[in-house]
Write a protein that binds this ligand. Structure first.
Ligand code: ATP
Ligand code: MG
Length: 463
């Protein structure tokens, strides 16, 4: 005890047998068992009754230790995928690079993984940059812990005994709020460059500091991300944007030089005053939605991030004589073509983005049947939210957003009245009394936005 205390004072790390975990009981780790999913307990119990080891692992243990209800549960076991599959009625082996078993209970999906052997010591196939291509070599539990990414993600919880097994000082790092990669950072990033994106995501999401040695190689090694299959980078980007801390994540991505190749031109976009304001507002509202437990559509997110590229090209096509709607479609094609290779935007997401963008000029037509037709668009709500962001960012006059807010909420008589009073094209600079809709737009904000709106509108229309 005293020896341990002196070592701690001197900052000497305990020399422990790395194959033996520190085991903590309930009074030491303080996990509230009520935060556990009953199905996670059921899976570990079934596996243990069949004679296997089984633990809740990874992000769920981290969240439990932080007193947060985990959003999903991963289970680690020494049973092979085939052995796991036999024990559950609805179980499916999935994945090639990394085989896992999906066990379903009603709507809940639990991922069961077999302990992996250390990728450095085994002969896992790698690409010419050292990236591990497949990792289905099973091994003992301490090796499974060693090949996980961060100390705080490498702990195991046994619901039966309520004990936590900690091989890499994760408990201490949770207490100190430190994100620390396991092993030698360069080697770990080389094996899997996506870990660099995970550093950024977890640091922002948990508000942990990045341990210096974990951070140091990232700016230099960032280009390795380019060798990762686009679909995997896309998945991680989406997790990052939907983490509830997207703005902080993007700032950190830029600071680490990781944004190159993730969203081409993101750099440029973020440096333009109007573009910056739009992206910031979009991400703030995304983060607020995530924190309120609401869903965030990937289409809306990417439509927002890439809007200013579309806007620039839209303006250029219009200046060259194209009509607004075809000009917008051409601009959308250009931007999507440019992004699909690097981001692997799935077709469904690209379609949503195109829908959201294509609706925008239609919001400016406020006469006859047009507004009613637009209301019927299956993605109206997304297009409308997008319009409000454009107004809020100063790109459009706030009056247009207010008009639509009232129109959307109004009854038939109110809608007719609005149509009759809004015949002039949007961007008309005639002063009219401002109508305040149910959506809050502070007067100060509105005044500020107007000047930006006129600037943007005159640039946009060229009319
Ligand atoms: P989240 O709360 O975002 O789901 P998580 O930690 O559960 O966070 P997952 O991507 O679900 O993240 O991964 C589950 C666990 O698998 C991690 O906690 C970590 O132990 C391990 N892991 C995931 N990705 C990697 C990786 N690229 N390299 C090493 N270990 C990884
Ligand atoms: Mg998880």
């Amino acid at each position: 005890m005293i020896k341990k205390f002196i070592r701690k004072i001197l900052g000497v790390k305990d020399e422990r047998d790395p194959t033996q975990p520190v085991v903590l009981g309930p009074e030491e780790h303080g996990i509230d068992p009520r935060l556990l999913s009953p199905n996670a307990v059921r899976v570990t119990q079934t596996l243990q009754e069949a004679g296997y080891k089984a633990f809740v692992v990874g992000g769920a243990v981290r969240d439990l230790l932080l007193g947060v209800k985990p959003k999903d549960f991963d289970i680690a076991t020494d049973a092979t995928p085939e052995e796991v599959k036999k024990l559950f009625r609805r179980a499916f082996i999935i994945g090639r690079r990394f085989q896992i078993v999906h066990v379903m209970f009603g709507q809940e999906l639990l991922e069961v993984t077999t302990f992996r052997g250390n990728a450095l010591n085994n002969n896992a196939p790698k690409d010419e940059h050292g990236r591990v291509l497949r990792d289905n070599n099973f091994g003992p539990q301490h090796e499974d812990a060693e090949r996980r990414d961060f100390t705080i993600n490498a702990m195991y919880y046994d619901p039966a005994t309520q004990s936590v097994l900690d091989y890499h000082g994760g408990i201490q790092d949770i207490r100190d709020k430190v994100l620390r990669i396991i092993g030698q950072p360069e080697a770990r990033y080389r094996e899997d460059p996506v870990r660099m994106l995970r550093v950024v995501r977890f640091a922002a999401k948990l508000q942990f500091t990045i341990e210096p040695a974990t951070r140091a190689p990232i700016p230099v090694m960032a280009p390795l991300i380019n060798n990762v299959p686009a679909a995997r980078v896309f998945d991680e980007m989406l997790k990052l944007l939907q983490s509830g801390h997207s703005l902080a994540c993007l700032k950190e991505l830029r600071a680490s030089g990781l944004h190159h190749g993730l969203l081409p031109l993101l750099d440029v976009v973020l440096e333009q005053p109007i573009g910056m304001k739009f992206v910031t507002l979009a991400l703030e509202s995304t983060d607020a939605r995530v924190k309120a437990g609401k869903g965030v559509s990937a289409g809306f997110l990417f439509a927002s991030l890439l809007w200013h590229q579309v806007l620039e090209k839209w303006n250029a096509y219009r200046a060259a004589g194209e009509q607004p709607i075809p000009a917008l479609h051409l601009a959308a094609d250009d931007v999507l073509d440019n992004q699909t290779d690097s981001l692997a935007l799935q077709r469904r997401i690209a379609t949503d983005m195109r829908d959201i963008w294509a609706m925008q000029p239609r919001f400016e037509r406020r006469s006859g049947k047009s507004p009613y037709k637009l209301l019927e668009h299956p993605r109206f709500r997304a297009g409308f939210d997008f319009l409000l962001l454009r107004c809020e960012s100063g790109e459009l006059d706030a009056e247009l957003g207010n008009w639509w807010t009232t129109f959307y909420a109004g009854d038939i008589a109110e809608r007719e009245r609005l149509i009759n009073t809004a015949r002039e094209p949007a961007g008309d600079k005639k002063k009219r009394p401002r109508r305040r809709g149910p959506r809050k737009t502070g007067d100060d904000g509105a005044t500020q936005l107007d000047s930006g709106a006129q600037q943007a509108a005159s640039g946009a229309d060229g009319e």
